[in-house]
Design a protein around this ligand. Structure first.
Ligand SMILES: *Cc1c(COP(=O)(O)O)cnc(C)c1O
Length: 366
């Protein structure tokens, strides 16, 4: 048995290395670094890849969510219903727009936001619903769209973990008025720094986002509204353009490794969350066990790195102390049980087998 560590992630380019180096050199040799041909090209190519009509590149996934809310006129005095289980940046984005997050509990099997819980929380101040396609698993988008439609709310999809995912055959991010993507290096499509994008079909939203990301400029040196400063630079856009053609192969690879985990972990004491849709893109592969910390120690002793996504339900963060409800029991219980296994396109099948063997040799119960 090899004693090499199974690392949590490996962000060095591999089969794409020559392409990204050439892309970076192209930008340097051109001598144009912000809002230029690489961003234009990436926006068009990302729209094609995701089924969106329009893509507006911004500086991060968080900014993509915040600026979408601002562009829709959602802010102070408004509430946005989101999930109790996500990266905290989902809720921070709502706060940065000046609105208040409201946390709906999750479906205990799917781990994405429960549409019935969302429906029950709609009140007079609710302006939008912001589901997260968590871990790459699509949220129940048709049911969420029905809730949003019934109450006249904007549906904004957090696709930061779900590049190329589909829900019942429909690309995520194309049901709501807008979708936010992150290109943080560990995401399924990663830049070599921060980056993000909004995808939308709405021409007015598109135009306003282009102003908001660039100081409120409507033409050069004409600032028509208070705005933000949130742009994807040319080097990151060029890197993303170089890597985008690989994304569907990388996604297939994630699915194949996830299938291997599913087979191999069947019959071990841990619970593997069921997959609800073949459109899942496996940004992460969390398993569940009530002996989570013990399993994490056991795997570490076997040279296997794991992380917890996420240890704390959003309502329990001090940052959101004023939000309601302050307790979501399903998310709280699940957060104590989750442990993400290593999963990335360059991970070897031998490494996955080693992880499975190490989980099987642990003494934890589900
Ligand atoms: C990564 C992430 C974000 C934030 O994206 P950044 O690019 O890091 O700002 C928001 N929501 C979810 C679900 C994420 O995974």
């Amino acid at each position: 048995m090899t004693t090499e560590t199974v690392t949590w992630v490996d962000l060095r380019p591999q089969e794409d290395a020559a392409d990204v180096h050439a892309a970076i050199r192209r930008v340097i040799d051109r001598g144009w670094f912000v809002l230029g041909p690489e961003v234009d090209g990436f926006e068009a190519e990302f729209s094609r890849a995701t089924g969106a009509e329009r893509t507006i590149a911004v500086a991060s996934g968080t900014d993509a969510l915040t600026l979408t809310l601002r562009a829709l006129g959602i802010g102070a005095g408004d509430e946005v219903i989101t999930t109790a289980l996500s990266a905290a940046f989902t809720a921070q984005a709502i706060m940065m727009a000046g609105a208040r997050p409201v946390f709906a509990d999750i479906d205990p099997d799917r781990l994405t936001v429960d549409p019935a819980a969302v429906d029950a929380l709609v009140g007079p101040r609710t302006a939008a619903v912001m589901p997260v396609h968590l871990y790459g698993q699509p949220a129940d988008t048709p049911a969420l769209a029905a809730v949003a439609d019934r109450h006249g709310l904007a549906l904004i999809e957090d696709c930061c973990q779900a590049h190329l995912a589909t829900c019942e055959g429909v690309p995520v991010g194309t049901t709501g008025i807008a979708a936010a993507y992150s290109f943080y290096p560990t995401k399924n499509l990663g830049a070599f720094g921060d980056g993000g994008a909004v995808c939308t079909r709405d021409a007015a939203l598109d135009a306003r986002l282009r102003r908001l990301r660039n100081g409120g400029q409507d033409g050069r040196y004409r600032h028509t509204e208070p705005a933000a400063h949130s742009r994807l630079d040319e080097i990151q856009a060029a890197v993303l353009r170089a890597r985008l053609p690989y994304l569907s192969d990388w996604t297939a690879r994630r699915r194949a490794l996830a299938a291997r985990y599913r087979d191999g972990l069947d019959g071990t004491p841990v619970l593997v969350p069921p997959a609800f849709d073949p459109g899942h893109v496996y940004h992460l592969f969390p398993i569940r066990t009530t002996a989570r910390d013990r399993l994490q120690d056991h795997l570490r002793a076997h040279g296997i790195d794991t992380l917890v996504h996420y240890p704390t339900p959003l309502p329990a963060h001090p940052a959101f102390a004023d939000a309601e409800p302050d307790h979501c029991p399903v998310a709280t219980a699940v957060c104590g049980e989750l442990l993400s296994m290593p999963l990335y396109p360059t991970l070897s099948e031998a490494a996955v087998s080693r992880v499975i063997g190490a989980v099987a040799s642990s003494d934890v119960g589900a």
